[in-house]
Ligand binder design. Sequence first.
Ligand SMILES: [Zn+2]
Length: 300
Amino acid sequence: MGGDCGIRIADRGMNRSRRVEFADGPFRNPNSAIFALPYNLPMPLVRDRCICLRKVEFSETSQILHLLSQEHGIVRLIAKGAHRRTKAGHSKFDGGVDLLDIGEAVFTHDVSKDLCILTEWSLREGQLALRSDLRAVHLGTYGVELTGELLEQHDPVPQIFYRLEQTLTDLATPRREEAFLAFELDLLRDTGFLPELAGCVMCGRVIAEREPRVFFSASQGGVVCRDCEPTIKDRLPMDLRLLRMVQNLLKIPRANGSIQRLPRLTRAQTDPLNLLLAEHVEQMLGKRMRLPRWILKPAR
Ligand SMILES: [Zn+2]
């Protein structure tokens, strides 16, 4: 075996280094690799399809990015030199990453670090159709804010990645309101944040077909019946027809990131529901989000 098969590690307490050879080559034997883990190895790089959830310009040339990756969950990265171009006009990151962009990323992946390093970015979907419509931009931006708040870092949930990718496409169509609401419900369900919508969250009673009044409580996390309503301070009236609609939306089968035969919805239907769900999420997180108070005002 030649010198190519070893790795250089420092001898503890000695100002020199030695070669460690593995019989089957470097890192083939996982136990040996752990025993001899050196401090000066290059970080392993991974390649993954990613959606940009958040970007912060950092210095004149760099960006801090929160990306939702398909296989590695949410990763926070620094893109050094994101805005730097060569004289020929080439840029390492296609001129920088924008919110809602989808691309192929190569990055260091170290779950022990809060900030990984983006080394390559190839834009795959710049969302031009979505960006031409202000309502679609608002819903898309709120969708990625919710995703960033509800998912943990380094916790891959591929079905949420596919649903978000498909939803960003649907937001550029007349199906935007129903597409957003359905995504929001799926995200809440898949992250364990879905409020109780089948029956009263207090007494468990199923809400009857002809119930005269029904309420929603963000602090209790769900629907409240008229018997329990007087004891709940933060109760908000809820339209029974909208509750039925949400229950039905949750039952429609999902396949490959999309939902077949979504009913067409208007803002008169989705705004009150989005508001209740935003109240619920903020209660669960214990903090205000940035987007809801700008984009979820009830339609007049
Ligand atoms: Zn009740």
